[in-house]
Design a protein around this ligand. Sequence first.
Ligand SMILES: Cc1ncc(COP(=O)(O)O)c(C=O)c1O
Length: 388
Amino acid sequence: MSHLFPNYNRLPFEIVEGRGSYVKDEHGQQYLDFTSGIGVVNLGYGHPVVQQALLKQADTLWHMPNLYNSQLQETVATQLVQQIPLSQDYAVYFCNSGAEANEAALKLARKATGRTQIISFQQSFHGRTFGAMTATGQEVIHEGFGPLVPGFTYLPYNDAAVLAAAFTDDTAAVILELVQGEGGVIPAEKKWVRAVADLCKENGTLLIIDEIQTGIGRTGTFYAFEQYGIEPDIFTLAKGLGNGMPVGAMVGKAALKTAFGPGSHGSTFGGNKLALAAASAVCQLIADEAIQRNVQARSEQLLTGLKDLPAVKDLRGKGLMIGLVLADADTLQQVIKQLREAQLLALKAGSRVLRLLPPLTITEDETAAGIAILRQVLTQDQFAARNV
Ligand SMILES: Cc1ncc(COP(=O)(O)O)c(C=O)c1O
């Protein structure tokens, strides 16, 4: 009998090894991984530079609380801020996960503005802690956990019509993903995002961009917001930041520093030395334009190679965050199972979207191998027939 809570729907095998874009289970079965551990291992498994950074730090010092200066935190903060293509200065708070980064962002927004209302969007996903869960616009995630944090409003995503009316003089922040990940790989429309940003500015509301899945190179630029011509007041990171080491970050305009003074917020493990040693190596590697060029080239390869599949209603995404809309939830489940049997790991998003998040370092040949498996499964008559 397992002594674990059954809160995860686990597959009945274990992945015990990973190298580059491939993983192996305990029986020696190899899989091409189009999940990157849910958008985490962006540089592939066992990346030698990240591994070296981690080993070097493991040999020196693992943990020291935030009672002391941390040169490593300063370094990674500078690396993250240097990637922001804006004249504004920003500051960074380190934590351990995406939910924690959003929690910090929501707290900072309320404290800095003195306002309470937060606008978020339907189908969004921002994490599982109370604030992040409440910000998540999915009833299924809230079920049984009420009462939620007061003051949250959920608007339809990509819909400009209802936006303006939702702002009041108590609106502290708007929080959104630029590609809704868990919600179904739904990219935000540029015009809509700009309208949100303009309304935030007009209303003295802070714009929080959740870059936990889209950031760290996933969509073809270091941050996805670079592609939208907006200036977030706050943005949040986690997943790919440590390439598998648990680390999150909340990045906010330097003008917000005073609202997060000493004692206002914190975390025992936040900014942990092992995690930040990995993050520093990751930032350096992701900043390399060759990685971004690879993301763009592999994205085009996938979007071209997966075009016109009879079982696919819609093919969408940005960079290496790609969604294939299938007929229904049952089809999705069967497709994922068949892909796995053909040694390709893929994810679900929403109720019927097949989500692909391959490592950003994936090669042309590996991508072609993945496309061949996807085509072989998705051209089957049984799946095409459902797509009417
Ligand atoms: C956009 C987004 N925000 C927040 C989170 C929560 O991150 P974590 O699971 O690290 O708390 C996720 C995780 O999937 C995410 O995709």
